[in-house]
Design a protein around this ligand. Structure first.
Ligand code: IPM
Ligand code: MG
Length: 372
């Protein structure tokens, strides 16, 4: 298969982790005889530095022409500390999601057997957790009208949803549930918010089209607690933009590190794949950033094109790296010298030679490999 992939590394740790994902995709292309071409473009603080615009026209055009987009992270401490900044790196990502109409953000939360002890939650509580979060990505409070009074003392952000916006992502979530444990939880705040009541009405109306899916509702405050107390009760979670942002980051506690959570942002004509973590500026260029979320986002990119064996091989390589403690310091208690690049090298190496008898793995196991 020929794929033209736009690569937007962004800021902070974005470039280091995305470099590993690209390396892994190149290994896959080689192994399976695909032709993947990569086109880099600027977004976020680095784009503001260069052109004053967090999403330059050239970036939009590269993304529109691409079959898929691989996105790293955006943000910079100087903007975080300046609530008066008129232009912000995040505007680049939000505008990109909106321009390409990437309305469904899909975030898998899987508790890896080998990482159960890394979570601050109890092992018995999180074992076998397998949740798929469907977060609406192009509407709601993120994109509603914003106001600030002239004296700077009153501000507002409108949370608005249309029936169509709810319907299209709800259909995807119902279908996803059909292919899994057939449980769908709509998370909202329908006891307070009119927009949440619209979500409930629309989802309730669609439910008869999916009679095999067990639908239930949960308020966001309650869901935030239930996700920690008993994450195994969830299969597919459907929710609006901001609740999904918060809930998915909370869910990373179950997995052991936010550096593991990947996502796919899907629209009718475009698809983007991005780790859910941010730019983590203070970790940039230290070799400590976990590239697995980006590498698993690359696997989701392959899923999107039906390249199932390819995606499975990446996941197998990731599992192996976790099993052998070839991971960055956020997860590693065994070795203290595994860098971002070394994790990428190991996964690339596994893809090139997944044979268990590969001497390199034996050596790694013994802690004697050149990789280590
Ligand atoms: C995410 C991020 C973004 C969001 C930020 C960087 C704008 O937190 O993708 O989860 O809030 O959507
Ligand atoms: Mg977030």
């Amino acid at each position: 298969m020929k794929l033209n992939i736009a690569v937007l590394p962004g800021d902070g740790i974005g470039p280091e982790v995305i470099a590993q994902a690209v390396k892994v995709l190149k290994a896959i292309a080689m192994e399976f005889n695909h032709v993947f071409t990569f086109h880099n473009a600027l977004v976020g603080a680095c784009a503001i530095d260069k052109s004053g615009d967090p999403l330059p026209e050239e970036t939009i055009s590269i993304c529109k022409k691409a079959d898929a987009i691989l996105f790293g992270a955006i943000g910079k401490t100087s903007y975080d500390l300046d609530p008066y900044a008129k232009v912000r790196p995040e505007q680049g990502l939000l505008k990109l999601r909106k321009t390409l109409d990437l309305y469904a953000n899909i975030r898998p939360v899987i508790a890896y057997e080998d990482l159960l002890t890394k979570s601050s939650l109890k092992k018995t509580q999180i074992k076998d957790t397998d949740i798929l979060i469907y977060r609406e990505l192009t509407s709601g409070i993120y994109f509603g009208e914003k106001t600030l009074s002239e004296d700077g003392n009153i501000a507002s952000d409108i949370c608005e949803y249309t029936r169509d916006e709810v319907e299209r992502i709800a259909h995807l979530a119902f279908k996803a549930a059909q292919s899994r444990k057939r449980k769908l939880t709509l998370v909202d705040k329908a006891n307070v918010l009119e927009s949440s009541r619209l979500w409930r009405r629309v989802v309730q109306e669609l439910a008869p089209q999916y009679p095999d899916v067990k639908l239930r509702y949960m308020y966001i405050d309650n869901a935030a607690m239930e996700l920690i107390i008993n994450p195994k009760q969830f299969d597919v979670i459907l929710t609006e933009n901001m609740f999904g942002d918060i809930l998915s980051e909370e869910a990373s506690v179950i997995v052991g590190s936010i550096g593991l959570l990947a996502s796919a942002s899907i629209g009718k004509d475009h698809a983007m794949f991005e780790p859910i973590h941010g730019a983590y500026t203070k970790a940039a260029n230290k070799g400590i950033a976990n590239p697995i979320a980006s590498i698993l986002s690359a696997a989701m990119l392959l899923d999107h094109f039906g390249l199932d064996d390819e995606a499975a091989l990446i996941r197998e390589a990731v599992d192996k790296s976790l099993k052998l403690h070839i991971t960055t310091p956020d997860l590693n208690t065994k070795y203290d010298n595994i860098t971002t690049t070394k994790v990428g090298d190991f996964i690339e190496d596994f893809i090139n030679n997944p044979d268990e008898t590969n001497l390199n793995f034996t050596n790694i196991h013994l802690g004697q490999s050149t990789i280590i």
